[in-house]
Design a protein around this ligand. Sequence first.
Ligand code: PEP
Ligand code: MG
Length: 834
Amino acid sequence: MVGIVIVSHSRKLAEGVQALVQQMVQGAVSLALAAGIDDPENPFGTDVMQVYQAIESVYSEDGVLILMDLGSAVLSAEMALEFLPEERRHQVRLCEAPLVEGAIAAAVTAASGANIEQVIREARGALAAKASQLSGINPSESAGALVSAPISAQSQVIHLTVRNQMGLHARPAAKFVATASQFQSEIMLQNITSSSGSVNAKSINQVVTLVIRQGNEIAIAASGADAQAALAALQQLVEANFGESVADVRGGETPLPEQPQFPISNSQFSGIPASAGIAIGNIAIYQPTVLNVQQQADNPEAEWQQLQTAIEQTRHQIQTLRHQISATAGEAQAAIFDAHLLCLEDPFVIDRTRQLIFDRNFSAAAAWKSVIDETVAAYEALPDSYLQARAADVFDVGQRVMRSLTGTAPASINLPEPGILVATDLTPSETAQLDPGKVLGICTVAGGATSHSGILARSLGIPAVVGVGAELLRLQNGTLIALDGETGEVWVQPDDTQLRELQAKRNRQQAQQQALQAAAQQPAITHDGHQIKVMANILTIQEAKIAVNTGAEGVGLLRSEFLYFDRVSVPTEEEQREAYEAIASILSPHPLIIRTLDIGGDKPLPYLNLPPEANPFLGWRGIRYLLDSPDLLKTQLRAILRASHQHSIKVMFPMVASVREIRAAKEILAAAKTELRSLGMSFDEAMEVGIMVEVPAAVTMADKLAAEVDFFSIGTNDLSQYVMASDRTNPKVATLADPFEPAVLRMIQQTVTAAHHAGIWVGVCGELASSELATPILVGLGVDEFSMNSPAISTVKAAISKLRMDEAEAIASAVLQLDSAKEVREYIAGQLKT
Ligand code: PEP
Ligand code: MG
């Protein structure tokens, strides 16, 4: 029988729920509580180990359903799952259903012997009766503003059931739209379960507003020459659950339960807890720039062209930001910006804007603003709080295009000194750019717990409370406030007692955090004693500190682009040396691998005025650009060499495709060394030199290249897109650039074999290294070093420690014989279960 765990801040509340449940099912269900903490003075809270023990006490192969109250209850439940053995973890499901109604519905269903899916479904539907009794609202009704067109009589139609845990939330919807967009046929989508109208399946906004949830039946209709192929591709995507595993959903966008709207005592303000942690500091109020828009224009063609240019510029900005976030916070967080990219090319938005420009003589800015406002309002009118939060994403993209059209620079969001950022709202882009060293906490008037800004704040470790009263904005800059991102409380000018209590709580949280980090500080050693280095990919000095705290044994990839972004000219040798030394000192005694500047492709650098190219990824990027700019390269190499004097530093070159290129780069390195010697400047004469292996030519020439360098670092992000010939930033084909494709895995194998044969070590620093599913493959292929975004380190270290070399080798050789990335993932998931 399915077991049930109730996680609550209050022991009394949980016991009350338990009593109600037992009255319904007369003890016929296994139910355990994890509620309150062992502190007589402040008994409210949740404890990870309690949750873990509760799960174990009701665990059976039928699974366990966990219901939580709010804030840290969700975090504690998520963390408790990490303690479970892999095979058990998959049987334990977190459920966002309301605590009281959900527990009763789940218990009654579990007691009838139903399986976990049925229990979850019933728990989730627990509010339906109350909702219809009180309002009679059908969720699809208010999506009307965006819902359109009938299905044509010539269409072929398929009916499918959506099975992934969160239904078509932002990321699966983005994949759905990207797949539909690959086909010429007209494709319409309908939510049969909610009797919605049919919408254009190529429109992200229309698809998301259908509110398609797990268990909903959908109809997809296609008409046109490739209708059959389109339906087959969409069917495959839906049946593969959009490539989501339970873990993916948990790690990314799992919405937290609705938060209390009532004021919490002892606080001046209360809001929605969005990112756990205590922050105490002076406030800095952020005012975004106001955009002035001219309403009418008399040359529609010119306006239309301006809009195209603005959209193109915005696409570049978002791609750069996506790149940075992927490097620092991971792919799940970066994928938020895929939906932004799709929004930019949404046919619904573009067509409406075009109409206003050509039919009503609107200026480009006025037309765009009008359509974006309309789309934002349509999202806000939806009955589902999770989908309402998507309005902020559309607004964010809209603002970027507006700024480009009106030539308005974004207001600076960097605080001069550490403090708490207070704002009406923060867009995901704004949040992504915050410096956790300066922004101690975030407090906004708008926003919900499921906003992408909240997710990004959590990944940056910045405590946040959102949805706080607008009075907050009337406070003076510099006012002392404190906030608790776990409970949603905000104190204005807290008194000494409140400050003492908050500091004590912050100390307790830090101690808990330190205990978790301590486990990740251990080396990654397989069961049979094979040690693998686990390093971090970083961009900034700030991230070097995070890397060390999360257990990195050095930095395997410093994307040195960070020094070159956000400025108007190239950084000097001195500036670079200082930055590299600062990072190396933080990491000491662990090594720092600096990748020389890698621009071009999806990483533009405006002040270098690189000409637009038809195929930027096949163009003037990486080492190609560097070799054509020898002074720029030599300056960077001199800075790296000088930093290597008293630090453990290695250098590597990006995008190497031929022996000629690495030899040319080494010549410039030799020239830099000669210059430094003649100036009497010290450096590490034996500094190791490596290359990124990310172009198929480098793989096939790996034996020759290995003779030139001390190490290889495989960049699976680029390698996948080049092996599969699919632009990793183009949503229409990006899913093809999948590092789990056996074609890519075979390339990794060839590279490792060639490297080891030549006696050099080889690492993987692409996103693949951070995937727990890929760990057995990479270990089995013989990879010596993994380098990844810091948040993934503890999970990958734990995954390594569960492996034995012979098992990993067997897994690696098996997956190389499979046919597709999908088969590889299924195979590994099967192996992890057994
Ligand atoms: C890669 O291509 O895998 C890589 C690590 O480099 P980047 O993502 O910076 O291009
Ligand atoms: Mg690369």
